[in-house]
Structure formats: C-alpha cells, structure tokens
Design a protein around this ligand. Structure first.
Ligand code: MEV
Length: 381
C-alpha cells in the first residue's frame, strides 16, 4: 500500500500517525521511540492538536543573560538549536553599564496593521473620496463591533483608502487599516475587523468580494533599543574597531548585511519561539524593515565611542502578544514568567534588547576569536 492509498494522516491521532508511518515502513521502531520520548519534553497545551501531527519537535530551552533592560535584570528564555548564541548573550551582557543595561523605548500602543483590497473597482478615485467622507461612520460602527477591546483602550484607530493601478491596468481600491489590539499580536483580530469593515462598505464600493489580511510590515509594537557596550580584556580596542568595521562593510554589502541581521534574529527568534510567538511574522517584519529603502541594510547601527566602547541602536516594529495561539502553551507561559514579562509591550522591549545584544556579541566574536575558535571553545565545555 502506498502513502496515498492509506487513510489521510489528518484524520488520525498522533499515536495513529506514528503507527501508520511504521506500518508503511517509513519509520523504524527506534524512530518511533525518538518521537515518543520527545513528547515528554513539552507540557501539552489545551488547544486542539494540529492535523497530521506525529509528535513534538524539541528544541533546547536555555536561560540566557542575565540582561539588564531599562535598569531591570532579566533572565532570558531562549529556544534554539544554536547554542553559541546563549553563551554569546551572557558574555556581552557583562559589557553593559551595570545601572541601565540596554535602554528600550516602546510605543504606548500596539499598532497592528491590515489591508482590505477590492479588485477591479469602477470609478475607484470617486469611491475613495466617498469613503473618506463617511470615515467617521465606519469607525463608529467598527467600534460597536469591538466593544470589549475598545473598553480596554484598544480598537480601530483608523483607515486610509487609496487606489493602486495593478500591472494589468485594473484598479484596486486598497484600505490600509490600523487598530490597537492590546495584548494580542492581532493578526486575526485585524483580519476580522477588515472583513467587517469591507462588508459595511460593500454597497458604496459596489462590490461584495474582497480580501482582508493583516500586514507584517510595521505592525505591532514600535521599539527603539540602545546600549553602550564597554569592550573588556586585552582585545578591547581590537574588538570595538573590528565591530564598527564590520558594520561599515554591512552597510555597503548585501551578503554581509543579511548575515549581520541574522545575528539580530538569532536573539529575537529564540525569545519569540520560547514565548509562543508567530516567529515567521517577526522575521518577515525584520526583513521588510531591512529592505524598505531599497537594497538590504543592517538593522542595527553601531558606532565606536572612546576607543573601546560600541554604541548600538536597533529600531523595529515587533508583532508580539501574550494572549492567543501558542502564547497560551504552558511552556510559553513558564518562559514569560522566568523573564518577568508584564505584558506584550514589555516583551517587545526585551526582544529588541536581546536582538541588539546578540548582534554585538556576534560581531565581537567575528572581530576577535572568529567562529571556528568560538565553536571549538564551546565544544570543550
Ligand atoms: C551565526 O548564527 C550568526 C553570525 O553569522 C552573525 C554574523 O555574522 O553577524 C555569526
């Protein structure tokens, strides 16, 4: 019997999926034992099991830092397969000023963005003007639909209609919508808001069919992280000048800029994975930020101050939440607890701080011992 002759995996339990893979000879008994053992690594959430689940994929959960963020010392939960990054974070954290550490400024609102698209709209420019004229009515009706969120200070912030002439010459009426989704990362909320808004505008637009979807570009908590890293030891000057040389090169070279940014994401994605975030949304947002002005630029700016100090800055908008989806997995909750996360705004600040620190840690390693020696040293431990 071939795989396509069998019952579809989506109708089977996790155990049955494994047995099916065993019976068809894809997996051996010892393979099944590996999958079964991996289950024990994770606490099980209450949510439904995904289709086709055969087991869990365990990652190391490491406790990095401690890292001082806005003067508060935090342990950092990092789920990653790359162990060098945790060691790197711990070492670079010790170069930060003992009082403040990394300073983060996080916007007051979680501004989540979405798009509603009506394709092939006749007389689109006039309809844009009409939507603008009736804007207040639509916002009021959207507020009624999202009463609980509005009560907590969130809800629809506004929308901007515009016309895009597609490559095929047909006009699309696009509405960029923005909402404060509070503790929620907001992708589903803004998409549903878009559907409701689109339904209320269908008559005016003269069209029922639409697309409503969140955008991962500049959606979420806007964060600026800054820090002064005081390089120590005999290589302090070499490290600091090597870091700014690597920064200058990354500003001119896409090959280096992309890898430079991977170093930032090493930190951000590890925290995002540990805390149950949509890691792809965060990474998509970071890549867009790096390429927004054409080309790819490094996400951080790093300058040298007084020979052995590197001053770093990272500005990002991070789509993160503490409610909904995988954020409710018990292990994600434990990770937020060990970091002392007070809410999604706080988490966004910590993630940006870790991203900046991780980037400086990577560049210091490249400018001094290099990757090969660093890995060798870690393996000796
Ligand atoms: C490896 O995971 C990350 C680095 O490649 C980052 C960088 O090159 O800046 C070391």
């Amino acid at each position: 019997m071939t795989a396509s002759d069998r019952r579809p995996l989506r109708v089977l339990s996790r155990h049955e999926v494994r047995q099916a893979l065993r019976e068809e000879g894809t997996l051996s008994l010892s393979d099944l034992a590996i999958l079964e053992n991996a289950d024990a690594f994770l606490a099980f959430g209450k949510g439904p099991f995904p289709e086709n689940a055969a087991g869990h994929y365990p990652l190391h959960l490491c406790v990095g830092g401690p890292l001082r963020v806005n003067g508060v010392e935090r342990r950092i939960a990092m789920a990653t397969e790359e162990l060098g990054i945790v060691a790197g974070l711990g070492r670079i954290a010790r170069t930060l000023p003992s009082k403040d550490g990394i300073t983060v400024q996080v916007a007051k609102r979680n501004r989540v963005r979405g798009q509603i698209l009506f394709h092939h709209v006749m007389d689109a420019a006039r309809k844009v003007r009409q939507i603008e004229d009736y804007g207040g009515v639509y916002v009021r009706s959207a507020h009624q639909s999202w009463d609980p969120m509005v009560k907590h200070g969130g809800g629809l912030i506004g929308f901007t209609p515009r016309v895009i002439l597609a490559a095929n010459g047909r006009p699309t009426l696009a509405l960029d919508i923005e909402a404060d989704t509070g503790e929620s990362m907001g992708a589903n909320v803004i998409t549903r808001m878009g559907d409701l808004l689109a339904a209320s505008m269908a008559f005016l637009v003269g069209q029922v069919g639409h697309t409503s979807i969140c955008t991962n570009h500049r959606s979420g908590w806007h964060v600026v992280a800054t820090g002064a890293f005081h390089m120590d030891g005999v290589h302090a000057f070499r490290a600091a000048s090597g870091i700014v040389d690597l920064q200058a090169f990354a500003e001119q070279d896409i090959g280096r800029a992309v890898t430079h940014n991977k170093g930032v994401l090493n930190g951000i994605s590890a925290v995002a994975t540990a805390t149950g975030q949509d890691v792809r949304a965060i990474e998509a947002a970071c890549h867009a930020e790096a390429s927004w002005h054409g080309g790819i630029r490094p996400l951080t700016t790093l300058t040298n101050r007084s020979g052995s100090t590197v001053v770093g800055r990272l500005e990002l908008t991070l789509p993160v939440g503490t409610v909904g989806g995988a954020t409710q997995e018990p292990i994600a909750m434990v990770c937020r607890k060990l970091m002392g996360v007070t809410g999604s705004r706080d988490l966004a600040g910590i993630m940006a701080a870790v991203g900046l620190a991780q980037n400086v840690a990577a560049l210091r390693m490249l400018a001094t011992e290099g990757v090969t020696d660093s890995h060798r040293r870690l393996r000796r431990k």
